[in-house]
Design a protein around this ligand. Structure first.
Ligand code: PLP
Length: 386
């Protein structure tokens, strides 16, 4: 195979051709400043409004004004957590989980370092939450901001955010969910959910990198983190990134139209890939609750082999996947998500995440299935632990 087989869609997705097409006029035709008084600039504003409508529609928001455009999912998460904590005042109790993305754990630990009380909820071996612990933490009697992801980027495990949000709200707290891996993969109807804030990122749903959005339910107090101009109703200053916002709008429109077909295709391919690997590679097991996962994600551990070595060999044959582990300062640090799930020592270093996407085909799966057994056998031969 001389082209790349890309099965790393939770890391990023290809920009859809329809999205590129929608963006292009905003570089060389409609490049005015939407805040300008003249029509050349001012007319651009309605395209931002149109994109906002489309994002609001994908999320099922009651009103487009509940959508704030940001630069990425990380910014949305930071804004949600730090902005609400600041607006609430009086050092609220912050609640999160051990398996969040760094873009949630980072701001939570930042607050903890500054004296805020932080509760980090544990997960079980399948990556699930103990709802009694959520209830207990939410009923601490203090003002609370809780941030619990909707679906995990490494394992695809879905948290019952409806229930979690309900428990947080019962305790009188604010609830934020990181839905970066959910938008475009599962239906979202935020208006009817006990969710005050919700983050998404453009590049996970076929828009470009460098654009995201934060849903903020009407009436939720949030302190802006970029001060200056009046853009985004004064909630995020800075001249709007018009082409990218238009691209995000288009990607959301496409996602609404294609979600069902895309998800069904990704699920079929993922299941075929996973079953094939489990059948042909010895010592392989799926990490996380396989019945309660995103349709596109499969995180598989291979006993006594290093995930990084698998990735390098996959890369050599043109396959892009990723590993839960990251190589930090020369030592191989296992993934914080798999550690939280108590994945056994012999398995934790050998995990690979395959994440399927809109443009994957059966041919891609065939090719990965052809390569994997050879790679695992070869690495097992070299492993000092076998
Ligand atoms: N949250 C989750 C669950 C993610 O998977 C990611 C990206 O991998 C982010 C947040 C950060 O998004 P961005 O890359 O747009 O900053």
């Amino acid at each position: 195979m001389d082209s790349t087989v890309y099965v790393d869609n939770n890391a990023t997705t290809a920009v859809a051709p329809e999205v590129v097409e929608a963006m292009l006029p905003f570089f060389h035709e409609h490049w005015g400043n939407p805040s300008s008084m003249h029509a050349f600039g001012g007319n651009v504003k309605r395209h931002i409004d149109d994109a906002r409508d489309k994002v609001a529609a994908l999320l099922g928001a009651a009103h487009p004004s509940e959508i704030i455009f940001t630069s990425c999912g990380s910014e949305s998460n930071n804004m949600a957590i730090r902005g609400t904590v600041d607006a609430m005042g009086g050092h609220p109790h912050v609640i999160t989980t051990r398996v969040e993305h760094a873009a949630v754990l980072g701001p939570c630990h930042h607050l903890e370092d500054r004296g805020y009380r932080l509760t980090t909820l544990e997960v079980d071996g399948r990556g699930g939450l103990d709802l009694d612990k959520v209830r207990e933490a939410s009923a601490s009697g203090k003002k609370t901001v809780a941030s619990v992801m909707w679906a995990n980027n490494e394992t695809g495990v879905i948290f019952p955010v409806e229930t979690v949000g309900g428990l947080v709200k019962e305790g009188g707290g604010l609830f934020h969910t990181d839905a970066v891996q959910v938008a475009g993969k599962l239906p979202i109807a935020v208006q009817g959910m006990p969710v005050d804030l919700l983050s998404i990122s453009g590049h996970k749903l076929h828009a470009p990198k460098g654009v995201g959005a934060l849903y903020v339910r009407r009436g939720t107090k949030i302190t802006p983190h970029i001060l200056g101009g009046h853009q985004e109703r004064g909630r995020r200053a800075g001249t709007e990134n018009v082409p990218y916002i238009v691209g995000l709008g288009k990607a959301c429109e496409l996602a609404m139209r294609r979600m069902e077909t895309d998800a069904a295709n990704e699920r079929r391919l993922r299941d075929r890939l996973e079953a094939g690997i489990l059948a042909t590679c010895k010592g392989a097991r799926v990490n996380g609750d396989s019945a309660n996962r995103l349709p596109n994600t499969s995180n598989i551990s291979f006993e006594f082999v290093e995930g990084e070595a698998i990735l390098l060999m996959l890369d050599d044959v043109g396959i892009c996947a990723s590993t839960g582990s990251a190589c930090a300062s020369g030592s191989l640090e296992p993934s914080h998500v798999l550690r939280a799930m108590d994945v056994p020592r012999s398995m934790i270093h050998g995990s690979i995440r395959f994440s399927l996407g809109r443009y994957n085909t059966d041919k891609d799966v065939d090719y990965v299935l052809e390569q994997m057994p050879r790679i695992i056998d070869r690495l097992r031969e070299l492993s000092p632990f076998v």
